[in-house]
Design a protein. Structure first.
Ligand code: FEO
Length: 400
């Protein structure tokens, strides 16, 4: 059996993209990304999702390698975002008899994106399609992370095709199943993918997880990243934690600094936190840090300390950009502290406080504010801020 036949009759026909530098034209791709597609070959043949259209010729080659000249009876569309649907028009030309299976929202979008209205099969929650010895059953998972998203379950093979859910950034370096891959970087890439792409939709993800838990699952086939078998419980648990917005013990210190004075506050606070046993500490100068990595760690860890100089009577722009990303994702609470600086008129600290109030976050101490340059005058204040963060750390039972 070829490595691409991930289970009897289920073929991986996806592709790797190591060319694109930004997913959704926004998020960096240091390890590339895969667009996963699967063929279920029975008496009838179903293709589940397609790939980004620039990889169409590789995709069609993979399909031919799996099933030769057999026709494809159905295309099941779990998710309409163009990284998975933009090969549909070419697929229709190569397999003109194919029927497109989707829910009402999916079929509307297929009309809107690709002008395809005919030869469609509209399915509803819990309905099934027989392929012969195998069945595909459809469950809606709206807003994970588009309104039409759904998952497809093959009970005979205990396999769940999940669309973007349980996806990660990172191309598949040879292997396809988790046990065939070196998984090291995929765990942080899964959090980064979740934070950037799905992070706003914690409640819909929780609803989808409730449905998924009723199914007997051996294999999770996402549209991005490894196929999960050995690590499926860990993957489900990670999605559960992320969608509850629960951070693990650890502190992110994210700051802007034009001339290094606010940065020295950050360094001082970090050193004091380390002395008080806070671990791990991740520091990001927001002028140079990858925003997706910072956002990843805001999701990953339970403590956030933000620093900003006053800039044009406002927050430093890169700090503002991070706060807007956090706000857009509705992260409900982090242990939060703030510090800032100004030269002639204070503003940054006021805006950091307003951010916390808007998100209904409790600040663990008064914001620390510095006028002009950093020197020993602020040592005690940095100590007190670190004390307050470390005390919260101990209260939560996360200290060493
Ligand atoms: Fe991978 Fe939401 O598309």
């Amino acid at each position: 059996m070829r490595i691409t036949e991930i289970k009897p009759g289920i073929h991986y026909v996806g592709v790797n993209d190591r060319v694109k530098t930004r997913f959704e034209a926004l998020w960096s791709l240091p390890f590339g990304v895969s667009y996963n597609s699967y063929l279920v070959a029975d008496e009838k043949v179903a293709l589940i999702d397609t790939v980004e259209e620039g990889f169409g010729s590789r995709f069609f080659h993979n399909i031919h390698e799996a099933i030769g000249d057999r026709k494809i009876d159905y295309l099941v569309v779990n998710h309409m975002e163009p990284d998975h649907s933009s090969s549909i028009s070419a697929l229709k030309r190569l397999y003109p008899e194919i029927k497109i299976v989707g829910n009402a929202k999916t079929l509307q979008m297929i009309g809107g994106y690709y002008g395809i209205e005919a030869d469609t099969v509209e399915i509803r929650e819990g309905e099934s399609l027989s392929l012969g010895n195998r069945t595909l059953t459809f469950y809606m998972a709206p807003m994970v992370h588009w309104p039409e998203t759904m998952v497809t379950y093959c009970p005979e093979q205990k396999t769940l095709f999940t669309g973007d859910a349980f996806g990660t950034f990172g191309a598949l370096d040879g292997g396809i199943l988790d046990r065939q891959l070196e998984l090291g970087h995929f765990w942080d890439e899964m959090i980064r993918y979740y934070a950037c792409i799905v992070g706003k939709y914690g409640v819909p993800v929780q609803k989808a997880l409730q449905k998924i838990r009723t199914l007997e699952i051996e294999t999770i086939c996402s549209t991005h990243g490894p196929v999960w078998e050995e690590e499926k419980e860990r993957v489900i648990a990670l999605y559960d934690r992320l969608s509850r917005y629960q951070g693990e013990p650890g502190a992110v210190i994210a700051y802007g600094s034009m001339y290094g004075n606010t940065e020295q506050m950050a360094e001082h606070i970090a050193r004091n936190l380390a002395e008080r046993g806070v671990r791990p500490i991740r520091m990001y100068n927001l002028s140079s840090a990858d925003p997706s990595v910072v956002l990843r760690d805001v999701f990953k860890y339970d403590t956030l300390v933000v620093g900003s100089p006053t800039y044009n009577g406002d927050l430093f722009p890169e700090v503002e950009a991070l706060l807007r990303k956090i706000e857009a994702r509705g992260i409900p609470q982090r242990t939060f502290a703030a510090f800032g600086s100004f030269t002639w008129a204070s503003a940054a600290v006021k805006h950091l406080r307003e951010f916390a109030e808007k998100l209904k976050w409790t600040m663990c101490c008064e914001p620390l504010e510095m006028k002009q340059g950093f020197d020993g005058r602020y040592d005690d204040a940095c100590d007190r801020l670190a004390d307050a963060v470390a005390a919260r750390w101990s209260d939560c039972g996360t200290g060493n």
